[in-house]
Design a binder for this molecule. Structure first.
Ligand SMILES: C[S@@+](CC[C@H](N)C(=O)[O-])C[C@H]1O[C@@H](n2cnc3c(N)ncnc32)[C@H](O)[C@@H]1O
Length: 199
């Protein structure tokens, strides 16, 4: 699916692939440590994880190395972004990471099978229909971890504060769309919300 209907998104523009290099800034791994993201994700042994809006796959690759027992579907709506991930995989293979383009039969085959979904730095870009698509990926008992820039925090990088949500706004939006938020954690520049669709 190309997500042309982004209604509900705080920042309803498609991510510009010309900015992709920003996603690979190594400083990200300091202020948002992958090991802490992996702990919050809390994926069951041998499970299937969807990195929804994977971009260049920085965190999918880091998490896949931390948890070789898991399989990662690195999903993006833009093949230009996935091409950058494929280049990384060609240079350094990660057998448990598979790039998946939204709207393909491969993406459709994930519906109802995913144990954990990660949505990192993307909630502010997701329209309501994309959030429903994300919910549809989850297996019974599955849940999602939404980690995004915190609008309440001043920072020298990342999107402008008025393009992203505060933790309270993110929680309210998810709850309005039928998610139950089970856990919240604040990082230096980000909030993290662990949530499951109320079925
Ligand atoms: C700001 S980047 C974040 C990438 C990655 N999660 C990270 O933190 O490095 C957002 C990515 O999400 C993708 N994206 C946005 N909306 C999407 C959707 N509805 N389905 C799949 N991918 C989406 C964009 O194409 C872009 O690559």
């Amino acid at each position: 699916m190309s997500h042309d209907d982004r209604s509900g998104a705080k920042q309803p523009h498609r991510f510009d692939p010309k900015k992709a290099a920003l996603l690979d800034d190594p400083a990200r791994l300091e202020y948002l440590p992958p090991a802490e993201v992996a702990a919050l994700l809390d994926a069951p042994r041998g499970g299937l994880v969807a990195d929804f809006g994977t971009g260049t796959g920085l965190y999918a690759l880091e998490l896949a190395r931390l948890r070789p027992d898991l399989s990662f579907a690195a999903i993006d709506e833009q093949d230009r972004m996935l091409a950058l991930l494929r280049d990384k995989l060609a240079a350094r293979p990660a057998p448990n990471v598979r790039p998946v383009l939204s709207g393909t039969p491969e993406a459709a085959a994930l519906a109802g099978r995913v144990d954990r979904a990660l949505a990192l730095n993307v909630l502010h870009e997701l329209g309501d229909s994309a959030l429903a698509e994300l919910a549809g990926l989850l297996a019974p008992g599955g849940r999602a971890l939404f980690v995004d820039w915190n609008a309440a925090v001043e920072r020298p990088f990342g999107p402008p504060r008025d393009h992203v949500l505060s933790p309270a706004e993110a929680r309210a939006r998810l709850e309005r769309l039928g998610w139950r938020v089970a856990h919240e954690r604040l990082f230096r520049f980000h909030y993290a919300l662990a949530a499951a669709p109320a079925r």
